[in-house]
Design a protein around this ligand. Structure first.
Ligand code: AMP
Length: 113
């Protein structure tokens, strides 16, 4: 399946990124418009559009993304952080390639906007 999203282009090397972690299943890089001192995106190499379109086949991959998110947060020196997955435009998703936001480095209010 063609992935012509910005993240698909980052994965194929067409668009550069500020990489912080990479393995055979995922890539993590700094958000271009950070909402906190640390704002990293963890994305699967597999082109899953959104969490709502993930399937049971993706169970291990989804777990891996969360473990990598925690690893990256610790690597960035965070003790507390927030992981966010926006699913659908109404929830704030703007790039339709699944991604986990890792946000931290400042106090984070709840509920989010
Ligand atoms: P979402 O709104 O949950 O879909 O998140 C998409 C995120 O991707 C936003 O926080 C954007 O700032 C970020 N973003 C968009 N383009 C790039 C890019 N080229 N490199 C890094 N982050 C990006």
């Amino acid at each position: 399946m063609a992935d012509d999203t910005i993240f698909g282009k980052i994965l194929s090397g067409v668009i550069p990124c500020d990489e912080v972690y990479s393995d055979e299943r995922c890539l993590a890089f700094r958000d271009v418009a950070p909402q906190a001192p640390v704002h990293v995106l963890v994305i699967p190499r597999k082109p899953i559009e959104s969490l709502r379109s993930a399937s049971e086949q993706d169970e291990a991959l989804l777990g891996h993304l969360l473990l990598v998110a925690a690893q990256v947060a610790k690597q960035e020196g965070l003790e507390d952080w927030r992981t966010v997955i926006n699913s659908g435009a109404g929830a704030g998703q703007t790039v339709f390639h699944l991604h986990v936001h890792v946000i931290g480095g400042r106090p984070l209010a709840w509920p989010p906007g």
